[in-house]
Design a protein around this ligand. Structure first.
Ligand SMILES: [Fe+2]
Length: 238
């Protein structure tokens, strides 16, 4: 496009970024931890590029199965969580470490600062990990996490969620997100869920119930694909 003064003006485009802003005032913790000044890009140093990377050999046989990591089975609704890790062109991201952490079925984390008066489960640790396969697929066996209160505002409850991390080729490339369950009645009052502003981007954080992968008389299943880039990119936390 050329203006009357002969200047060339390039047509603009809106950059799609599904990630939530650093500052989401309704999500109280972001008021103090969000940066107040522009970020400074830092070039990668040798240590970031050549630093430790989790190798396949370090992932144990039961790391993906949170129902078999202790002497007995955890209480709760057993679920299979599976999906693919894809890049912006829909190609599988193979052999990448995916980590998971979550509350137990009563909504309690096995963590020192979790003071929610719900029971801990001696048979549930809440952490798991696995590597994606040649098709970018991952699969966890766990229990459905409970909702939990978190004092962000009056009568604040987190929608049930599972935290997921993709390690990438180095620690500096790590991406962290949260996965939700379809139809959760707490979505509307959860400022972390709603810190992703665009409703269609929020949909990308909600898993699908997957009848095809349920195990009869044993477990329900949910599917959650993680897309790293592009219009379908899964929102990630800063
Ligand atoms: Fe959480």
């Amino acid at each position: 496009m050329t203006t009357s003064k002969g200047r060339v003006v390039l047509p603009g485009y809106r950059r799609e970024n599904a990630d939530p802003p650093y500052l989401s005032p309704d999500y109280m913790a972001t008021r103090t931890r969000s940066p107040e000044r522009p970020l400074i890009p830092l070039a990668h140093s040798l240590s970031e590029i050549t630093g430790p990377v989790f190798g396949h050999e370090r992932v144990g046989e039961l790391d993906h199965d949170l129902t078999r990591q202790h002497a007995g089975e955890p209480l709760g609704e057993r679920i299979i969580l599976h999906g693919r890790v894809l890049d912006g062109d829909g190609r599988a991201v193979q052999n990448t470490l995916i980590e998971l952490w979550q509350a137990n079925a009563a909504g309690r984390y096995r963590h020192d600062v979790d003071r929610h008066p719900a029971p801990l489960d001696p048979y549930f640790g809440g952490g798991g990990r696995c590597m994606t396969d040649d098709e970018g697929r991952y699969r966890f066996v766990t229990v459905k996490p409970g909702a939990y209160p978190w004092r962000n505002h009056e009568n604040a409850w987190r929608a049930a969620h599972i935290h997921l991390s993709l390690f990438g080729p180095a620690f500096a490339t790590r991406l962290v997100t949260q996965m939700y369950f379809p139809g959760d009645p707490l979505f509307s009052q959860d400022p972390i869920f709603n810190s992703v502003r665009d409703p269609k981007h929020r949909e990308l954080m909600i898993s699908s119930f997957d009848l095809s992968q349920t195990v009869p008389e044993w477990a329900l299943a949910y599917e959650f694909d993680i897309v790293l880039r592009g219009r379908e990119a899964t929102p990630s936390e800063g």
